[in-house]
Design a protein around this ligand. Structure first.
Ligand SMILES: [Zn+2]
Length: 339
C-alpha cells in the first residue's frame, strides 16, 4: 500500500516500513508502529518554539515523538529525529493525558515540535480532537513535505503552524535534506497560509544556503508579506559538525535588503540579537519586545498592542493569531518531573 502522509509516498509492503520508519501496513490499513509514544513533553514559552505572532506570552506544552522523513545533514535534534523506534526512550501518553498535563501545568496551547509531526500523524489527529474539545489550540513545527491531503487536515486541526523552508534550490534540498523535489514545500506554505496562521523558519548555513535569503524573501512576500520569517543562524551539527559558524554581520547585511519586502523578519540564535522584537511597519514603534539569550526564538518582555492587536501609537493592525496570554505558572513541575 502507498502511504499518503508525505510526498515520499512510500510503498509499504506487509511488514516493511518506509523512509520515516514510523508506519507499517497491517492488513488493509497503514498504521503507526508506536502510536501515542513521545520522547518529549515540557512546558515552554511559545516564543522559544518559535512562534512570535501566535498567542504572545503564552505557555505551551511542547511535545515530540521521534523519526523524520528528511535527513538534514545539520540536524540539531538528530538524536530523536533520526533514531530508530527502539533506540530512544519514549513515554506512552494518550491524547486525554496530554490534554490533562497541559491543563495541570497551566499551558494555554499544545505544540508538536522537536521532530516532524507528519511521521506521527494519526496520533496528532487524535490529539487534535481532544485538544479542540478542551479548548486548547494546537500548533506544530513541520518541514512542509506533506501531501496535499495531509496539509488540508493539518490546516484544519492546527491554529498555528511553523514551516521550515530550509533553502530555495533543488540542489540544496537534495544534498542537505535528501528529498527529491522541494516544490511540495512551497505549495504547502501557500496552502497552509490560506487556511491557518503560518510562520516560516529558515536555518542559514554560511556558504551553503545564505544566497537563498533574497529568493526566499521574494517567495514569502508573494504568498503573504505578513508572514513572520524566523532566520536562524545555524550552528551545524550531526553530519556537518566541521562547518564554520555563520557570520552574523554577513547574514544581517542580506536581511537588511529582505526587510524591505517582509516587515516581520526575525534573526536569532546568538546572544544580543536586536532582531527578535516586533516593530510597527507604519510608525516604527517597538510593539513587542523580546530578548534572545542565544537559543532559538526569544523571550517576550513587553507587549504594547491594544486588545485588538493594534499599535498603541498609530492604531495599525499587527497580524497576530489570538491575543496576548498572560503567563500562567500552573501547577508547576509535578507532572513534568514525575514521568
Ligand atoms: Zn504604529
Amino acid at each position: 500500500m502507498i502511504c499518503n502522509y508525505c510526498e515520499w509516498r512510500c510503498d509499504l509492503g506487509e511488514g516493511r516500513p518506509g523512509v520515516c520508519q514510523m508506519y507499517i501496513q497491517r492488513g488493509d490499513r497503514i498504521e503507526e508502529r508506536h502510536p501515542h509514544h513521545y520522547t518529549t513533553y515540557a512546558a515552554v514559552h511559545i516564543e522559544s518554539v518559535p512562534f512570535f505572532h501566535a498567542y504572545p506570552g503564552s505557555r505551551s506544552l511542547q511535545i515530540g515523538s521521534r523519526g523524520c522523513n528528511f535527513d538534514c545533514h545539520y540536524c540539531s535534534n538528530a538524536y530523536v529525529a533520526k533514531s530508530l523506534p527502539d533506540e530512544v526512550y519514549t513515554f506512552h501518553l494518550s491524547p486525554e493525558r496530554i490534554v490533562d498535563v497541559a491543563r495541570k501545568t497551566g499551558c494555554h496551547n499544545i505544540v508538536f515540535a522537536v521532530n516532524e509531526p507528519i511521521v506521527s500523524f494519526q496520533s496528532l489527529m487524535e490529539l487534535a480532537d481532544k485538544a479542540k474539545a478542551a479548548g486548547l489550540p494546537l500548533g506544530c513545527m513541520t518541514n512542509g513535505y506533506m501531501t496535499e491531503e495531509a496539509a488540508d487536515a493539518l490546516a484544519e486541526s492546527c491554529a498555528f503552524v511553523n514551516v521550515s523552508l530550509k533553502g530555495f534550490s533543488q540542489e540544496f534540498y537534495a544534498r542537505c535534506t535528501g528529498i527529491p523535489d522541494f516544490e511540495p514545500v512551497l505549495r504547502n506554505i501557500g496552502k497552509l497560509t490560506a487556511k491557518t496562521h503560518v510562520e516560516v523558519t529558515t536555518p542559514i548555513i554560511q556558504d551553503v544556503n545564505d544566497q537563498d535569503i533574497m529568493p526566499i524573501a521574494e517567495f514569502l512576500a508573494s504568498v503573504n508579506a505578513n508572514i513572520p520569517w524566523h532566520v536562524f543562524r545555524l550552528l551545524p551539527e550531526y553530519k556537518m559538525k566541521d562547518e564554520a559558524y555563520p557570520s552574523i554581520e554577513l547574514i544581517n547585511d542580506k536581511l537588511e535588503e529582505a526587510r524591505r519586502l517582509l516587515p516581520y523578519i526575525y534573526f536569532s540564535n546568538f546572544v544580543g540579537s536586536t532582531w527578535v522584537s516586533t516593530y510597527c511597519p507604519s510608525c516604527g514603534e517597538k510593539v513587542i519586545e523580546r530578548l534572545n539569550l542565544g537559543g532559538c526564538g526569544g523571550k517576550m518582555i513587553d507587549f504594547r498592542l491594544d486588545g485588538a492587536n493594534r499599535c498603541l501609537n498609530c492604531q495599525s493592525q499587527i497580524p497576530i493569531q489570538g491575543r496576548y496570554v498572560k503567563w500562567n505558572s500552573g501547577d508547576e513541575g509535578h507532572e513534568l518531573c514525575g514521568a
